[in-house]
Design a protein around this ligand. Structure first.
Ligand SMILES: NC(=O)c1ccc[n+]([C@@H]2O[C@H](COP(=O)([O-])OP(=O)(O)OC[C@H]3O[C@@H](n4cnc5c(N)ncnc54)[C@H](O)[C@@H]3O)[C@@H](O)[C@H]2O)c1
Length: 250
């Protein structure tokens, strides 16, 4: 009961896995949720102080079960990291309703459902929620009608929750990652896109999963005890440059 407990969604790989590992290094226990059961169980088999939860964040029954199981296991819930996300990119005219729903149900419905389900337990611990949005939710760009809109909604949901849950001592913040080389980004970033990102990002490189995890875990921790309702871009300076013409920097 002494060890703090974080629930990390989308924890089987990428940013979610790196975040779970950093919580473990900091002495937390971690309920690791993912709908990819094979990969999740492979990862949890080699770690201590973890609970694997093979669940889908877009399914209300799964979410209710995940909260019951995590609380039953740890006796407390101190943080929820809404990290599970899917990326499907394409022109507006090719984004049929099925694709729109696939993106929304994980990226937006999942954040809403998990946050609502965990709230009663976070009231007990004065805990924190960290949502993972994207730089694609901060400015519009091509091919991201569903993805970008879902992430912009996550940005606003963060502020809604921060406004309403603050009186219960619950902090709610959001991390907006720039490009990070994970399975999700490799699937949608061609070599040309990778080069263009390098040219446009002031730090001239992709971020690492660990660099994202450091900020996520900080925001979930007591060290950020007076931080709520904030959107923190972890993006090598990308968001700060606006139109950021690479030619002006070259
Ligand atoms: N990698 C990037 O460049 C980048 C940039 C900006 C934002 N992000 C965001 O960061 C988060 C993590 O991205 P990543 O690159 O580590 O992705 P990833 O694809 O490597 O990992 C995502 C994990 O989430 C799981 N998942 C997806 N939908 C789920 C669902 N409905 N229920 C349960 N689990 C589900 C997947 O099985 C996978 O294990 C996402 O929200 C993504 O949108 C990533």
């Amino acid at each position: 009961m002494d060890k703090k407990c974080a629930i990390v969604t989308g924890a089987a790989r990428g940013i979610g896995l790196a975040t779970a590992d950093l919580f473990l290094e900091n002495g937390w226990q971690v309920a690791m949720l993912d709908r990819d059961g094979d990969e999740l169980l492979k990862q949890t088999a080699t770690r201590e102080n973890v609970l694997p939860l093979v669940r889908d964040v877009s399914n209300p029954q799964d979410v209710a079960a995940m909260v019951r199981e995590a609380h039953g296991w740890a006796g407390r819930i101190d943080a929820l990291i809404n990290n599970a996300g899917v990326a499907e990119f394409g022109p507006i005219e090719d984004c049929d309703f099925a694709m729109w729903r696939r993106v929304m149900e994980t990226n937006l419905d999942g954040v809403f459902l998990c946050s609502q389900a965990v709230t009663p337990y976070l009231k007990d611990t004065h805990g924190a929620i960290v949502n993972i949005a994207s730089i694609s939710g901060l400015r519009a760009s091509t091919l991201r009608v569903a993805y970008g809109t879902s992430k912009a909604a996550v940005v606003h949901l963060t502020k809604q929750h921060a406004a309403e849950l603050g009186e219960f001592g619950i902090r709610v913040n959001c991390v907006a990652p720039g490009p990070v080389k994970t399975k999700l980004s490799i699937a949608v970033h061609s070599p040309e896109i990778i080069q263009a990102y390098h040219d446009s990002i002031p730090l001239n490189r992709y971020g690492s999963e660990r660099e994202l995890a450091e900020v996520i875990v900080f925001l979930a921790s007591e060290k950020a005890s007076y931080v709520s309702g904030q959107i923190v871009s972890v993006d090598g300076g990308f968001d700060s440059t606006g139109v950021g013409l690479p030619a002006l920097r070259a």
